[in-house]
Design a protein around this ligand. Structure first.
Ligand code: ADP
Ligand code: MG
Length: 353
C-alpha cells in the first residue's frame, strides 16, 4: 500500500470532534500560548470521571503544533503522547483558537517524579514492574536512571529520525504513560520540522533558558524566515547533517541526566546555579567536575559515584551529551548504542529470566 493512501484512510476513520463534544475538567497547565485541561466527552460518559482526554486551547501557534502532532502520529507514534484530533475553533471571540486533543496518558510528568525526595525509587515499579533481586543503593538507582534515560533517548531518536527537533525538552514536557509504562514526549509547541522547513518560532520566542543549549537558534543562518502558516519549503537533508540541529535536544537531555544523578540540581535554583558554573568553565563538564569535586557535599560526591559505576561509562555518556559545540555532541541513536546501556540491558534481562 501507498503510505499516503494509508494515512488518508487512517485520517478518514479516526473520530473527529468539535467544541461541544467536550466537558472541561481540571486545568493542567497554562502557558503564554495556550491553556491545557483534562476533558471528557459529553455524549459518551467516559470510563474515567475526570476525563480520558487532554485538551489544549492554543493561540495561532496551535496550527504548527497540530501539524507536528499529525506528523508524529504517522512517523513515530511511540515517541509522543497519542494525538487524537486538532481543529480550528473560529467562533471564539478571541479570534482564531486551535483545539488540540490527546489521550490522557497519566497524572505525572518526569518533573513531578523528580520533585519528590523518593526519586528515582518512585519510578521503579512503574517502569520495571516488580523485579526481584534488584541490587540496593546506588546500583539500584543507576538501573532506574538508565531505564529512564533509554526511554527518553528512544523517544528523541524517533522525533529526530522524523526530522523534528523538539527545542523544549525538559522534565515538565515528559509524561509518564501509565498504559505503556514508558515516558513519552509532550508539548510540540516549540518544535521545528526541518525536513520541510517548518520553523515557525519567531526570533523573539524565548526557549526555556534552563535547558537550552548554548546555541540559541538552531540553523540560524540558513533557515528560511518563519512562514505565517505551515508551508512546505524544501530543505535539503544535507543541511540537517551540516547543522545537526537535533543536538540541541541532546544537550537538554544531558541536563536531565545530570539532574537525575544530582538531587541538588533538580530545583530551579540548583539548575540555574549549575548553568552559571558551567558557563564559567566554558561549558567544559570535566573542568566543572574539577571545580566542584574538591569542596563537594556528600550529595554531589554521591552523584559522581553513581556516574562512575561500571568504569565511569555513565559519566562518559554524559560528557558526550553536554558539550558546547553541537557537532561534538552524540546523537540520540549514538547514545542508545553507547556501552552505558549494554549493562543495563544485561541486568534487566537477567532479572526477567
Ligand atoms: P504548555 O506547557 O504549553 O502549557 P503542555 O502540552 O506541556 O502545555 O501541557 C501542560 C501540562 O498538561 C503538562 O505539563 C502535563 O502535566 C499535562 N499534559 C499534557 N499532555 C498530557 C497528556 N497527553 N496526558 C496527561 N497529561 C498531559
Ligand atoms: Mg509544556
Amino acid at each position: 500500500f501507498d503510505m499516503f493512501f494509508l494515512a488518508f484512510v487512517e485520517r478518514l476513520f479516526r473520530p473527529t470532534f468539535k467544541k461541544d463534544d467536550f466537558v472541561l475538567g481540571k486545568k493542567l497547565g497554562e502557558g503564554a500560548f495556550g491553556v491545557v485541561y483534562r476533558a471528557s466527552l459529553t455524549k459518551k460518559p467516559s470510563s474515567k470521571k475526570e476525563g480520558d482526554f487532554v485538551l489544549k486551547k492554543a493561540t495561532e501557534y496551535g496550527a504548527v503544533e497540530i501539524w507536528m502532532n499529525e506528523r508524529v502520529r504517522r512517523a513515530c507514534a511511540n515517541s509522543c503522547a497519542v494525538f487524537v484530533h486538532g481543529f480550528l475553533e473560529s467562533s471564539s471571540k478571541k479570534g482564531a483558537e486551535y483545539w488540540l486533543l490527546w489521550r490522557y496518558e497519566g497524572e505525572a510528568t518526569l518533573y513531578d517524579f523528580m520533585r519528590s525526595k523518593e526519586f528515582p525509587y518512585n519510578v521503579e515499579t512503574m517502569i520495571l514492574g516488580e523485579v526481584q533481586d534488584l541490587p540496593k543503593g546506588l546500583e539500584r538507582e543507576n538501573i532506574i536512571i538508565q531505564t529512564i534515560m533509554r526511554q527518553l533517548l528512544f523517544a528523541l531518536d524517533g522525533l529526530h529520525s522524523t526530522g523534528i527537533v523538539h527545542r523544549d525538552f525538559k522534565p515538565q514536557n515528559i509524561i509518564f504513560s501509565e498504559g505503556s509504562r514508558t515516558f513519552k514526549i509532550i508539548d510540540l509547541g516549540a518544535a521545528a520540522d526541518l525536513r520541510v522547513g517548518i520553523n515557525y518560532i519567531p526570533k523573539e520566542f524565548l526557549l526555556d533558558p534552563r535547558y537550552a543549549a548554548p546555541e540559541q537558534y538552531i540553523m540560524s543562518t540558513q533557515t528560511p524566515s518563519a512562514p505565517s502558516a505551515p508551508v512546505a519549503t524544501a530543505l535539503s537533508p544535507v543541511l540537517w547533517q551540516m547543522n545537526l540541529p537535533d543536538r540541541f535536544d541532546i544537550y537538554s537531555a544531558g541536563l536531565i541526566f545530570l539532574q537525575m544523578a544530582f538531587p541538588g540540581l533538580r530545583s530551579d535554583s540548583g539548575l540555574i546555579q549549575f548553568n552559571r558554573q558551567l558557563k564559567r568553565c566554558d561549558y567544559d563538564l570535566i573542568a566543572w567536575r574539577k571545580s566542584v569535586e574538591t569542596r563537594a557535599s556528600s550529595d554531589i560526591r554521591r552523584g559522581f559515584e553513581l556516574l562512575d559505576l561500571d568504569g565511569g561509562i555513565g559519566w562518559e555518556l554524559l560528557t558526550l551529551m553536554v558539550r558546547y559545540k553541537a557537532g561534538q555532541r552524540i546523537s540520540a541513536k549514538g547514545a542508545l548504542a553507547h556501552p552505558y546501556f549494554d549493562r543495563e540491558g544485561l541486568l534487566v534481562l537477567s532479572f526477567m529470566q
